[in-house]
Design a protein around this ligand. Sequence first.
Ligand SMILES: NC(=O)c1ccc[n+]([C@@H]2O[C@H](COP(=O)([O-])OP(=O)(O)OC[C@H]3O[C@@H](n4cnc5c(N)ncnc54)[C@H](OP(=O)(O)O)[C@@H]3O)[C@@H](O)[C@H]2O)c1
Length: 327
Amino acid sequence: MNTQAQEQEQATDAAAQQPPTDAATQQQPEASDAAPQEAPKKTPEWQEEINCMSCSGGGAGRVLRSIQAKQAAARVAANHLVIVGATSAMAEHCARNWAARGPKRITLIGRNAERLERVAADLRVRAPQAAVETRVLPDFCDAAAIDALIEQLWNLGPVDWALIAHGMLAEQGDCERDLTLCRDMLMVNGVSPALFAEAIGSRMQQMGRGKLAVIGSVAGDRGRKANYSYGAGKGMVERYVQGLQHRLALAGSDVRVTLIKPGPTDTPMTAKLKAAGTRMASVESVAQTIIEGIDAGKATIYAPWKWALIMGVVRHIPAAIFHKLNI
Ligand SMILES: NC(=O)c1ccc[n+]([C@@H]2O[C@H](COP(=O)([O-])OP(=O)(O)OC[C@H]3O[C@@H](n4cnc5c(N)ncnc54)[C@H](OP(=O)(O)O)[C@@H]3O)[C@@H](O)[C@H]2O)c1
């Protein structure tokens, strides 16, 4: 194992020994009659950096080292990384980036054994120190099967990071004509990721740590004629993730949940759109934006960032005008 991998392993082991935040909160001693002790005042991070800059022997070098140390801490590898919908092009590119950080275990979940194995073989080369396993789940909407699978994974060891990436895109016109297809779009893009997020997020909350990221879409920001069956599923994921984030924040949990909203990206899902001339972001750049946003613990990531602006405008167009636009 190289030095970097050892450092990462020590860092993650040290993190694993921290007491779970939720449990710690529940075990607070009851208030006593003794005079309350004043809590030591915590210096804000920005103040620490200014202090550091002005202290003797410090200067810009120390500030830089402090910032670099924080960035390195954010990039620390997860001991156990789980990817749901691991055969997705976006997920695969995120996995390659994480593999370089030296995780001990990577579990890939998908519905097709052969495609999963292809992704796993690539990661085994990129992360030779990691045990890369695959789990096939034939029906991603089977709540009992999802719960049993996630429970099985947790029994083998806690999951530190998880990415939920699966999704399907059918023609909107076909969904209007075929209600079974319309239902599948709502289930696969909405209900299924929500069930996985609940199963994983709740266990992370019990554990007191973890990073969970779920891929939604800019299409979830406002219902549009062009793709509202897809967008409705993605919109549901957004509401579910918001609720989970709210619950974890109120519980004082250290678990971070991130919603990712990509714009059109060059993957197999959008092959037809690309052929029709739609401009696409590269999957590599989108994966990089996703990774950086998760590292920074962001609640929502637009990838590329320009979509935050574009959808900000689209969301706020008054209905009277919006209903005249064929967008
Ligand atoms: N590409 C874009 O422009 C774009 C934009 C916004 C959001 N997104 C979202 O980004 C995520 C990743 O998509 P991608 O662009 O990387 O597409 P992709 O390469 O085509 O991957 C799609 C993934 O979804 C899985 N999947 C498809 N139908 C499924 C079903 N019925 N049940 C379970 N899994 C199913 C696929 O599994 P199999 O390999 O078994 O088929 C594959 O893992 C998706 O959530 C997508 O909605 C994509």
